[in-house]
Design a protein around this ligand. Structure first.
Ligand code: ADP
Ligand code: MG
Length: 557
C-alpha cells in the first residue's frame, strides 16, 4: 500500500525485460482484479464497483485513494509506466500489488477506457478518455474512477473466449469476495446492472468472514496468530465441522496477495487430516507474512503464483501451527438432526392416550453402561449428550495413532513377532521393487522380509498385531496399497498409507460382538486420544448428538 504520492515513471528497458511478461486482460474479471489492486495500492478505504452485464458491457471502479496528479495521468495509461517500482531490483522490497506498469495500458488497447483522478492537493480532477492524448479538468472528489466499456469490441477473436454475462459476473463476484476478505478494513459496495449486490462496511477480519461466507461460521472459526522467526502466520481456520464439499472457502494470502499455492493448500489439508471426513475441504483464510526478499512475486503476469525461498520450512511451520491450534480446541465430530413430528402430547389424541395408557419407566437401565448395536456401534452417554462410536473405525484409529507414535519413537521393533517358519510368497518384479523401496518403513513397523530372485518374498516376522492374519493375502494387499503407479508418494504419505492399512487389518471388525470389558476398554482408549474425529481413511470414528440436538429431536426447543 502506498501512502504518499510518487510520480509515475517509465521503467528502463533492462528492468522491463526482467519482469514477467504476458497478457493479463483476457476477461472482465482480470480487468476488475487489476483495477481493484490499483485502488488498494492507492490506500483507498472505500471502493465502489459497478458492473454491467457481468462486466462485459461496463466496469466502473471508484476509490477514495491518493489519486494521480494531472501531469502523470497520460503516463498512467502508458506501457511499462509505474509509480510503484523504479527498477527490477525494487521487487525485492515490494509492498504494492502492482509493479509492471502494464494493466491500464493493456486495458487501453482492448476497450474504451476513461480515467478520472484527483489528488488531495488538486483543486479539481483530471480525466482522459481512450484515443485522446488530451486531458480535461473534471469536478470530482479525491480519488480515482476508472470506467472500462466496449470490452473487446474491436477484438472479436478475444471476445470468443468470454462466456455469458452470468458466468463472467460469477467470476467477478468470486474475485470481489476474495478481495473483500483480504482487506476487511476497506468498505466495499458492489452493484450489478445497477442493483446493489454486496455491501460491507469497514470491519474486522472475523466480521468480514461472517459477512462473506455467512453466519453459519459464527463460533466456528479459530484464530491463528503465530510469530515464527521472520514469518507470521495469521487468519482464521474453521472447525472441521465447517469443512465444505466444494472447497471454495479457502483463501491463501502471502503478504496480502491472493495466491494459489498447491503446496500450502495441501499442507493445510494434511494438518487437518485426522479431523476431516473424506472428500471434504477445510475452510480457512490463511495469511503468511514474510520478509519481501524471501518471496518472489515476479513469476507470472497475473501475479497469482509466488515462490517462497524457504518453502520446506514454511510448510513445517504451517503444520505445527495448525495442529497445535486444533489441539487447543477440544472439538467433536457432530451431527445436526432435526426430525419434524407434528405430534403434540398435550391435546387431541396425545392427551387421550396419556389418560388411557399406563406409562412405564426406563429408570432401571444402569448409568454408564455401554450398549452395542448391530455388533458395530457403541452407544455411550457423555457430558455433551449421546456419543455413538463405530467400533471398527475407532479401534482402527487407536491402533493407527499407537503405530505412528511407536514409529516416531522407533521402538516398534520390539513388537515384531517371528513366525515359526518363514512364509514364502511369490511376487512380481514390481511388487519386489515396491517392497525394497519401502523396506525401511516395513522394518520399522515390525516386518522382517527378504526378497529372492526378484520373484519370491520370505516373510520371517510380522508386527504383533498381525500374527494371526493370513500372511499371504495380507502381503499382497499391503503391496497393492503401496503401489501408486507412476505417482511417487511423499515419505509421509507412504507411512500414512502403510500404517493405516496395518491398523485397518488389525482392528476389530464390524459384526464382532464385544464383551462389556472390551466395550469399556475401547471407549477408554478413545478418550485418551487428543483429537480423534475420523479413522485413517477419513470416515467418522464417533458422532455426538448433543443435548441441544436431542432436545430439538424431541421438540423440547
Ligand atoms: P502498476 O499498478 O503495475 O503500476 P497500472 O497500469 O495498473 O500499473 O497503473 C499505472 C499507474 O497508474 C500506477 O503505478 C499508479 O501510479 C497509477 N494508478 C492506477 N490506478 C490508480 C488508482 N486507482 N489510484 C491511484 N493511482 C493509480
Ligand atoms: Mg496496477
Amino acid at each position: 500500500m502506498i501512502s504518499e504520492y510518487k510520480p509515475i515513471k517509465k521503467l528502463n528497458p533492462e528492468s522491463v525485460s526482467k519482469i514477467a511478461a504476458g497478457q493479463v486482460v483476457d476477461r472482465p474479471v482480470s480487468i476488475l482484479k487489476e483495477l481493484l489492486e490499483n485502488s488498494l495500492d492507492a490506500a483507498a478505504t472505500e471502493i465502489t464497483v459497478r458492473l454491467s452485464e457481468g462486466g462485459l458491457q461496463k466496469i466502473v471502479v471508484t476509490d477514495n485513494g491518493i489519486g494521480i496528479q494531472a501531469q502523470d495521468i497520460l503516463l498512467a495509461v502508458a506501457s511499462h509506466a509505474t509509480s510503484k517500482i523504479r527498477e527490477a531490483s525494487d521487487l525485492k522490497k515490494l509492498v504494492s500489488y502492482g509493479f509492471r506498469g502494464e494493466a491500464l495500458a493493456s486495458i487501453f488497447t482492448v476497450a474504451v477506457l476513461e480515467l478520472q483522478s484527483r489528488t488531495a492537493d488538486a483543486e479539481h480532477g483530471t480525466k482522459i478518455i481512450s484515443n485522446s492524448t488530451e486531458t480535461q479538468p473534471v469536478g470530482m472528489s479525491i480519488g480515482t474512477t476508472v470506467i472500462v466499456s466496449e470490452l473487446f469490441s474491436h477484438h472479436p477473436a478475444r471476445r470468443k473466449f468470454v462466456r455469458t454475462p452470468g458466468y463472467e459476473y460469477k467470476l467477478c463476484l468470486q474475485l470481489i469476495e476474495k478481495i473483500a476478505l483480504t482487506h476487511p478494513e476497506v468498505s466495499l459496495r458492489v452493484f450489478h446492472n445497477e442493483k446493489l449486490v454486496l455491501e460491507c462496511r469497514s470491519e474486522t477480519l472475523l466480521e468480514r468472514i461472517l459477512s462473506i461466507w455467512g453466519s453459519e461460521y459464527n463460533n466456528q472459526l479459530l484464530e491463528l496468530n503465530m510469530n515464527l522467526g521472520m514469518y507470521k502466520l495469521s487468519g482464521f481456520i474453521a472447525k472441521p465441522q465447517r469443512a465444505t464439499h466444494h472447497g471454495h472457502h479457502q483463501l491463501i494470502l502471502i503478504n496480502r496477495r491472493i495466491v494459489s499455492h498447491p503446496r500450502i493448500s495441501q499442507q493445510i489439508k494434511e494438518s487437518f487430516r485426522s479431523l476431516l471426513a473424506a472428500k471434504k475441504y477445510p475452510s480457512f483464510v490463511f495469511e503468511l507474512t514474510a520478509p519481501p526478499e524471501l518471496i518472489d512475486v515476479n513469476v507470472d503476469p497475473q501475479k497469482t503464483t509466488v515462490r517462497l525461498a524457504e518453502e520446506e520450512a514454511v510448510s513445517k511451520m504451517i503444520d505445527h501451527s495448525i495442529k497445535s491450534l486444533l489441539r487447543q480446541h477440544n472439538l467433536q465430530f457432530g451431527v445436526t438432526t432435526a426430525v419434524e413430528y407434528p405430534y403434540q402430547m398435550d391435546f387431541g389424541i396425545g392427551k387421550y392416550l396419556a389418560q388411557k395408557t399406563e406409562l412405564w419407566s426406563l429408570k432401571d437401565i444402569e448409568k454408564g453402561e455401554i450398549l452395542q448395536i448391530d455388533n458395530l456401534y457403541l452407544v455411550v452417554e457423555n457430558e455433551c449428550g449421546l456419543l455413538l462410536i463405530d467400533q471398527h473405525a475407532a479401534h482402527e484409529r487407536i491402533l493407527y495413532d499407537q503405530l505412528i507414535r511407536q514409529l516416531e519413537k522407533e521402538k516398534i521393533d520390539a513388537q515384531s513377532v517371528p513366525l515359526s517358519e518363514p512364509v514364502v510368497i511369490s511376487a512380481s518384479a514390481s511388487e519386489v521393487l515396491i517392497l525394497e523401496q519401502n523396506a525401511e518403513l516395513l522394518t520399522k513397523l515390525g516386518f522382517v522380509v527378504q526378497s529372492k530372485d526378484n520373484n519370491t518374498l520370505f516373510v520371517q516376522a510380522v508386527p504383533k498385531y498381525l500374527q494371526k492374519s493370513t500372511i499371504t493375502s495380507l502381503f499382497t494387499e499391503l503391496l497393492q496399497n503401496l503401489d501408486t503407479g507412476t505417482r511417487t508418494l511423499e515419505v509421509s504419505e507412504t507411512i500414512h498409507r502403510t500404517v493405516a492399512y496395518v491398523a485397518c487389518r488389525s482392528a476389530i471388525k464390524a459384526g464382532e460382538p464385544l464383551t462389556k470389558i472390551e466395550r469399556y476398554n475401547l471407549v477408554q482408549k478413545l478418550k485418551e486420544l487428543p483429537d480423534v474425529y475420523t479413522c485413517p481413511h477419513g470416515r467418522p470414528v464417533s458422532v455426538t448428538i448433543g443435548l441441544k440436538e436431542l432436545a430439538k429431536l424431541f421438540e423440547r426447543i
